[in-house]
Design a protein around this ligand. Structure first.
Ligand code: SAM
Ligand code: SF4
Length: 343
């Protein structure tokens, strides 16, 4: 993949991860694997997706080294482990525990499809995990199996309950709606989450599918999601400040319960973005939609010291684009699918 342009010599001499538009990256999304035990239609193909070569995946020690640099030298205050399916990586508790021991201690979370969480929630909480997001697009078994291509709804429900029992709070649920598939189930999902004390957030489907079939016209927009929820619930804007959080929150039936909608496509929040992503093979991405990457793995494996790695990391953020440009002329979907970037 092409490297980003040579950074301008004008980058200020600051330890933080700042870009040319004044944004500061403090939230690191670490993809620990590109493997997954589901095949969600908006993310992965049914089969045929090539895995990253095993020897290119970062080892536990390499990941720990980058986490240490990120927190102690670059101002990363929040780390989210994702994938692929992060629970498939056996050293996840070890990585969480390492990150929890860093100073200043970062906020630690995981985004997971929830399979196997029943057995891992307590181990992760004991390792220092603060919060968890579980992806669940339908509470109807048939629709769930159609979306994920696996009949595993019961595992996710068990995983959610285990997360609560382990004290991971709040437990958030992420949902993506697809037209003609589960777009009639928004209110059912919200009812389920309200009944169980989970915080639901809908995410507009983005052009990050491995099949490159995303189509703006058939995407369910944030406005449509809200319309469908209003058929059953009263929604009022949540007055709490949003900060860099991408979800616009609504109080349900007067509160205190709320629901979030992330309008990544129709109302991009790029101007407030504080994220940077590290792929499982050690490539730094300054945006979900970046078409260039910075190869930290090579630097790690050719004897680069911490100062050199931190310097390259800052350079990578400095050239972050102002916005993702979905819908603009010349927009190019990244070659990597979401499962290999880390959502
Ligand atoms: N496997 C884990 C999971 O599903 O939670 C973590 C990785 S997954 C890529 C992270 C999140 O990205 C999930 O909530 C998933 O629904 C979301 N996602 C995947 N592809 C997407 C797309 N094309 N548009 C919007 N969200 C997407
Ligand atoms: Fe796997 Fe998550 Fe992608 Fe679904 S969204 S295929 S669970 S990586």
């Amino acid at each position: 993949m092409p490297s980003p342009p040579i950074p301008s010599a004008q980058r200020p001499d600051s330890p933080a991860l700042i870009d040319q538009y004044g944004r500061v990256a403090t939230d690191l999304r670490v993809s620990v694997t590109d493997h997954c035990n589901l095949r969600c239609t908006y993310c992965m193909p049914a089969d045929g997706l090539e895995w990253l070569p095993r020897d290119e995946l970062l080892s536990t020690a390499e990941l720990q080294r980058l986490l240490h640099i990120a927190v102690t030298q670059l101002g990363i205050a929040e780390i989210r482990f994702t994938g692929g399916e992060p629970l498939l990586r056996r050293d996840l508790p070890e990585l969480v525990s390492f990150a929890a021991g860093l100073h200043p201690r970062p906020d630690l979370s995981v985004t997971t499809n929830g399979l196997g969480l029943k057995h891992k929630a307590k181990v992760l909480a004991d390792a220092g995990l603060d919060r968890i997001n579980v992806s669940l697009d339908s509470v109807d078994r048939v629709a769930y199996a159609a979306i994920t291509r696996r009949d595993r709804l019961h595992d996710v429900l068990d995983g959610l309950a285990a997360a609560v029992a382990a004290g991971l709070a709040p437990v958030k649920v992420n949902a993506v709606l697809q037209r003609g598939v589960n777009d009639d189930q928004a209110a059912d999902l919200l009812g389920f989450c309200l009944a169980n004390g989970y915080e639901l957030r809908f995410i507009e489907q983005m052009p990050l599918d491995a099949d490159h079939r995303w189509n703006r016209a058939s995407m369910i927009t944030a406005e449509e999601i809200l319309d469908r929820l209003r058929e059953r619930f009263a929604l009022t804007p949540d007055a709490r400040p949003r900060g860099a959080a991408p979800a616009q929150r609504w109080l349900v039936d007067g509160g205190p319960a709320s629901v979030g909608v992330i309008a990544s496509v129709t109302k991009p929040f790029c101007g407030d973005c504080d994220r940077v992503r590290l792929t499982a093979d050690g490539q730094l991405r300054n945006c979900l939609f970046a078409t260039g990457e910075t190869d930290l793995r090579r630097l790690l494996r050719t004897g680069g010291d911490d100062v050199a790695i931190a310097h390259q990391w800052r350079d990578a953020i400095w050239v972050k684009k102002a916005g993702h440009g979905i819908g603009a002329a010349g927009f190019q979907q990244p070659a990597r699918p979401m499962s290999a970037i880390g959502g």
